[in-house]
Structures are given as C-alpha cells and as structure tokens.
Design a protein around this ligand. Structure first.
Ligand SMILES: Cc1ncc(COP(=O)(O)O)c(C=O)c1O
Length: 389
C-alpha cells in the first residue's frame, strides 16, 4: 500500500539545498524563444574529427561494456596530455576516465566524505560540487574569494583558519566558474604544504584550465604536487572541445585511490560509455587548433561584453582572466534571482543568478559568452532593453 510516508525519499534528498541555477534553467525552458546564456557551453556542435572518431569506434564494435576506469588507450593519452602541456609525469593508473567532470567529482567526494565531515569550499563555486558533498551527508563551509579593486583574490589565512578537525577536503575551482579567478602556482604550493601537514585532501576542479587568455593553460595542482599527495584533480572534455553532451571527463588521483574509485564506479555506472572515449582520444590528439580557434572567439566576445558593460552606467564588471563567463552586478538590483526571472519574463533572456554559486554570489549575474557573435549581440541588446525599464 502506498502511503504518504512510503513516498518519502531519503532525508538527505528531501533536504538538498535549493539550486537557483537549475531552477532558472527550468523556468526559461517553459517559455518558447528564450535565448539562453545561462549554461556553460557554446552553440557550435562538436568538431567533425571528434565525431568521426566516435562513429568509427561504434562501427568497429566498441559497443560493449568497457573497463570500469576507461580504455587503457585513453588513460594513457590523458597522461600524455599532462606530459605535453604541464610537463608532469603521470602513470596511466592514476588517471580514471569518468562519464563527465560531474561524475568525477561525485566519485571522488563519495570516496572521501563520511557523514558529518566537512568540505571547505572556496566560493563562488559551481553548485554541483556542493550537491555532491550534500549527497555524501557531509557539510560545506564556504570561504569566499574577496573582490577588491576589480580583482578577486583568495585570503589564504582565512582558508586555513576555516579548516577544523572535521575538515576532510578543500574544494578549489581554478580557473573559477563563475569569477574567472586563477590560483597561482605559489598559492597551490602553499595550500599543499598546509594540507600535507593536516592530512586534508584537495579536490581541484580544473575544467576551465584551457579557457585562458594570456596563458596556454592555467596552472594545475599536478605541477606542484607529489604523486602520493592527498589530491584529486577533476577535468572534462566538455568545455575545451565543445563536448558537453557527450558526458565524458576524468579524475586524477594518487595510485592508492585507484581501487576505491573503481569500486564506486562499478556501482555508479560500470564506467564511462565505450565508443565516446574514442572521440575523447581524437580530441586530445588533434584538438589544439580547435581550442585556439575557440579562444579567439571567447577573447573577442569577452571584449565586446566588457566594452558594452563599461558603457552602461548600471553594470559593474571586470574582464575575467579566464573562463567564458562574465560575473557582474547591476546597480539597483540586489535580488539576482528576481532579476533572472524578470529577464526571462520581459526579454526572453536566461542567465544564471549569482546566488547559485554561494553566499558571496548574491546580487551577481553570470553570463556565458561562449556563443556565436550574433547571438551574443542579441543577448546584450535584450539585457540593455530590460535594464532601461
Ligand atoms: C566548474 C565546473 N566543473 C565541472 C563542470 C562539469 O563538467 P561536465 O560537463 O564534464 O560534467 C562544470 C560545468 O559547467 C563546471 O562549471
């Protein structure tokens, strides 16, 4: 017999914290003709050479269950990518291929967190990291970046002081979605020294490592860490190679974590899809020109957005050093969720409200400018129309 109490889900699921970003995406999808710059992706399809590689793999019969931590060829290619780009010597058994960056962070946090332990998160932060902590029945403690004289920066002492005996892991996203802040190698070294002494893990989300403007890539914790440091690095094919819909990513951890991650991945999805991994292989081997092409679009779009914002007397924003987001404030609009809804209602434009990224994001909006020029110009026109009302 179905009763009200049998229809209840786990306490933790019933009590997940609200997700204003996902709520606004759903709100926008209910209306026809909404132009969305609310999610983190561009508007061109995955390049042909990647699609062809996956298609060929499918036709060659790569349609069966594969190894739980990914095909060895791809694990090796990811290791080669780090050697080429970051000059890091990484054995392939430290690389775990996952069904997205989101899955990578979920596997890592599921492996680490016990009930009532704590994750200290440098915020603003992408909500899915917080969600993974909550599903593990652990708690999140926010350490906000500070915005001073037009730049975001991390107060390292505040981060250290926020760690308690319950702190199991520190969550760092660099480059930061949504703030565009980039952690320096020196800061990474300092943080590693602290976590080593305290036996705390670092989970470093480096999904935007290639979405940089002055650098070929942002620094990675792997460049300054020892092989057995308590470090997980999350990465993904989504952003660099326009592969958001493929759901393919990876996790790097110490060799001692391989068995634990494999055991959880078996029960999660028995590993990533098989033939898509061959698309990933092609992306890593032949995708540098595509990344450069995308970077040119992102750079030109970043300039347009910030010229437009500078000319506006109501918008406060700085050019991000990395990522394809503008994180901005509108004078007279302290309630970002209300503004996000109003933009959909009045001008059919969807953007992420800053409060989706933690307390420090309240009052901000996040615009993804990775889209084609006409779409971006249309979005900026719509925004200006709404702000004149
Ligand atoms: C900071 C950050 N990490 C991870 C991801 C997840 O990427 P994936 O598409 O591989 O799940 C995103 C996606 O927006 C992100 O912004």
């Amino acid at each position: 017999m179905v009763t009200e109490s049998s229809l209840k889900f786990r306490h933790i699921v019933e009590n997940l914290s609200s997700n204003p970003g996902a709520e606004i995406v759903r709100y926008g999808r209910r209306k026809a003709g909404v132009l969305s710059l609310g999610q983190g992706e561009g508007d061109i399809a995955t390049p042909d050479f990647i699609m062809r590689a996956a298609e060929e793999a499918m036709r060659q019969g790569k349609t069966f269950y594969g190894p739980v931590l990914g095909h060895e060829e791809l694990r090796q290619e990811i290791a080669t990518y780090y050697a080429r780009l970051h000059h890091v010597d990484l054995p392939s058994h430290r690389v775990f291929v996952t069904g997205s960056g989101t899955t990578a962070m979920h596997l890592a946090l599921t492996a680490l967190l016990d009930e009532d332990e704590e994750a200290v998160a440098v915020t603003p932060i992408w909500k899915n990291l917080v969600g993974a902590v909550e599903l593990a029945e652990a708690r999140v403690r926010e350490v906000p970046l500070r915005y001073q004289e037009g730049v975001w920066h991390l107060d390292m002492q505040q981060l250290f002081d926020s760690c308690t005996p319950q702190t199991r892991v520190i969550l760092v996203t660099s480059p930061s979605n949504p703030a565009g802040w980039v952690m320096t190698r020196e800061e990474m070294r300092t943080l590693l020294e602290f976590t080593r002494a305290r036996g705390i893990w670092i989970l470093s989300d480096e999904v935007y490592a290639r979405t940089t403007y002055e650098l070929v890539h942002a620094p990675s914790f792997l460049e300054v860490a020892e092989p057995d440091d308590l470090l997980f690095v999350v990465n993904s094919f989504s952003k660099n190679w326009a592969m958001t819909g493929w759901r393919l990513g990876w996790l790097v951890g110490p060799a001692a974590a391989e068995a634990a991650i494999r055991d959880i991945a078996i029960y999660d999805n028995m590993g990533p899809p098989s033939f898509t991994q061959f698309g990933g292989l092609a992306a890593l081997r032949h995708g540098e020109d595509f990344i450069e092409q995308q970077r040119q679009l992102w750079r030109a779009n970043r300039d347009l957005v910030h010229e437009t914002f500078r000319a506006s007397n109501r918008i406060e924003a700085e050019k991000p050093a990395a990522t394809f987001y503008s994180f901005f404030k509108v004078e007279g609009e302290p309630d970002c969720l209300a503004l996000a809804r109003r933009l959909i209602d009045e001008v059919s434009l969807s953007m992420a409200p800053g409060c989706a990224f933690g307390k420090v994001g309240q009052g901000y909006m996040r615009m993804c400018f990775a889209v084609s020029r006409p779409k971006l110009e249309d979005a900026l026109d719509r925004l200006q129309t709404a702000l004149k009302r």
